[in-house]
Write a protein that binds this ligand. Sequence first.
Ligand code: ADP
Length: 200
Amino acid sequence: MFNIILFGPPGSGKGTQSDKIVDKYGLVHLATGNLLRQEIADKTPLGLEAKRFMDKGQLVPDEVVIGMIDSCLEKHAYAKGFLFDGFPRTAAQAEALDKLLSLKKTSICKVLALEVSEDELIKRLLKRGETSGRSDDTNEAIIRNRYSVYKKDTEPVANHYKAEDKLVIVKGEGSVDEIFNALSNCIEAEMDAQQVFSAE
Ligand code: ADP
């Protein structure tokens, strides 16, 4: 299996780039934010619980998101690989992911981290809030809280992968296509190294 993580702060473009990556390379997209928003739309107990955290710009408890990822991995047992987007966001989630993947005799190949300045992120999220209908994108105080949670709990997760020599930093400012080209180059270099045949 070929598994990658698209890493980066809220608003760094993970969603936009993930759609293009899964399309090009035939990976299964696992985005915890999207899965949680679907639970909210379906008014499930998990969704109602998660909404309380998301509306404040806080993280949903680890056991909730880890359980969701576990059942998605089961559901796609024969996938050629996964693209994780918005997960792992804490050290505990990273450890749980390692365990779940090792049970499947696989692991993370690369972590592609999008780097974008704080000012640019806030600008992008407020702009997205004008049209996305996402309640966590409309209020600047909540956006700033999400950024500070990212700095405190999520950014250190990169070290977990850096220590394994799996972290690649990619500039997340520029055109969507420029960033996609940079990400594609990293993915193809890794596929070559692992002798995986790309979907094209
Ligand atoms: P963004 O990265 O732009 O903030 P996401 O759609 O990835 O958007 O996440 C939206 C919200 O969903 C987060 O602020 C958080 O409350 C919750 N969430 C998503 N993924 C996770 C996760 N892995 N762990 C905890 N909470 C999560």
